[in-house]
Design a protein around this ligand. Structure first.
Ligand SMILES: Cc1cc2nc3c(=O)[nH]c(=O)nc-3n(C[C@H](O)[C@H](O)[C@H](O)COP(=O)(O)OP(=O)(O)OC[C@H]3O[C@@H](n4cnc5c(N)ncnc54)[C@H](O)[C@@H]3O)c2cc1C
Length: 394
């Protein structure tokens, strides 16, 4: 671990009382999605006396977070993804221990792919991944209607889970308001940020100026205009559509989730939503989260249905609607947590790349540390990653 940098000054002498209309905040977080809300939470965990304001142009949790399936697997394409996944599982576990409202349901998950792909990807799973042999597990699979293609194998089960990310945001916001620890402003858009030395002015769409010592930008897929567009361009962040088809068949409690590695697609029996959801990779880029065109096209639906037909043919007839929205992606799908080189008191936490629920706590932890000039080295170096996921699943 590097030594933490000197914390930025808190401007105590300049501080006016923190009222609804003014006063210097230690931290303003722009965007109350899963990332921004968790940043606010991690800031007060690390800096209990900090004055924090969480501000959103709409309702908290109403962006990409509202559409998220909340599926989590102990899996990551890169070592950093795997570390962030384990770190995040750890925080969700501790939130669950504090409040019954943070509900996470264990979903045993099987992985389907060709044997060579499974071998190549084996080390990307935190939990040991083995070829499926137990007859009882096969029974469960057939009950859920899976069809294994020629030359494919099923490995698992591994400990997946599902949650409703919007509920996590709303529960945290309730906690902030109940305890008075964080101000939450909804329906206030930040139009511009203007750094002046160690203070940043944030201009709101309703004509006010908020002063902050530090700013975290967590605006999810809203990257095309101020205040985030220049940061997004610098990190080559783009916005991609995400689609999950809704399958109107009530899942049984013991239905497993299926991860189709070849297609980067998964079937989630979502007991909390009363239906199954089939998420598949959609390659439609540069979407606008405001756009009326953010719907499922015929070719996108046909593409999803063709994968579903090959693996879960009995489900196709039950496909009704879809969950569709978009998310910010980095070129390598690794989240971007970066301070502005010219103004280190402004930190971008973006490009959750379709994994903002499952990696959110780790993204937020790094952003919260960076805001105070501290190292963003992984805090979980050397820990047993599978232990975290086993604990989450119990
Ligand atoms: C269909 C679908 C399924 C998904 N499934 C999963 C899954 O199973 N697991 C998983 O881990 N991830 C999943 N994701 C991805 C996940 O939803 C996102 O990665 C995550 O929600 C991103 O969170 P965020 O806080 O960055 O963005 P958001 O939730 O979009 O939050 C950003 C907030 O910033 C606000 N904002 C923007 N601009 C401004 C401004 N100028 N001023 C003030 N406020 C502003 C917005 O109103 C918004 O509330 C899914 C996404 C979709 C669309």
């Amino acid at each position: 671990m590097k030594e933490p940098h000197e914390p930025l000054p808190c401007h105590k002498s300049a501080k006016k009382p923190c009222g609804r209309t003014g006063g210097l905040r230690d931290v303003v977080v722009v965007g109350a999605g899963i990332i921004g809300t968790l940043i606010a939470y991690r800031v007060i965990q690390n800096q209990p006396r900090a004055h924090v304001l969480l501000v959103d142009r709409a309702a908290a949790g109403s962006g990409a977070t509202r559409h998220s399936l909340g599926f989590d697997l102990p899996y990551g394409r890169t070592a950093l993804h795997r570390i962030m996944s384990a770190e995040s599982a750890n925080l969700y576990r501790s939130l669950r221990a504090q409040s019954r409202q943070f509900q996470v349901r264990s979903v045993p998950t099987f992985v389907v792919a060709t044997p060579d792909l499974l071998e190549r990807e084996r080390s990307n799973f935190a939990a040991p991944l083995r070829a499926l042999v137990a007859p009882a597990a096969w029974d469960r699979l057939f009950k859920s209607g899976i069809c294994i293609g020629q030359g494919q194998e099923v490995w698992g089960p591994i400990a997946g889970s599902e949650a409703v990310p919007e509920h996590v945001v709303l529960e945290l916001v309730q906690y902030f308001l109940r305890t008075g620890r964080i101000e939450v402003w909804e329906g206030v858009e930040i139009d511009a940020i203007e750094p002046h030395g160690t203070v940043v002015n944030l201009r709101t769409s309703d004509g006010r100026i908020i002063e902050a010592s530090r700013v975290a930008l967590a605006s999810g897929p809203w990257i095309a205009k101020q205040p985030v567009c220049e940061f997004a361009q610098r990190h080559s962040i783009r916005v991609k559509k995400i689609i999950a088809l809704q399958i109107d068949r009530k899942p049984e409690l013991d239905n497993p989730a299926m991860f189709l590695l070849d297609h980067d697609a998964f079937l989630l029996p979502s007991v909390s939503r009363g239906r199954s959801l089939f998420s598949f990779t959609c390659a439609t880029w540069d979407c606008d989260p405001h756009s009326r065109d953010l719907n499922v096209t015929n070719s996108e639906r046909q593409h999803g249905l063709s994968i579903l037909e090959a693996h879960f043919p009995s489900m196709v007839a039950h496909c009704s609607g879809a969950c569709v929205f978009c998310d910010a992606y980095s070129p390598d799908w690794v989240p971007v947590i970066a301070a502005d080189p010219a103004h280190p008191n402004i930190v971008l936490a973006s490009a959750a790349s379709g994994s903002g629920y499952r990696l959110g706590p780790a993204i937020a932890g790094r952003a919260a540390r960076l805001l105070f000039g501290q190292s963003d080295d992984p805090v979980l170096d050397g820990v047993n990653l599978s232990a975290h996921h086993d604990a989450l699943a119990t």
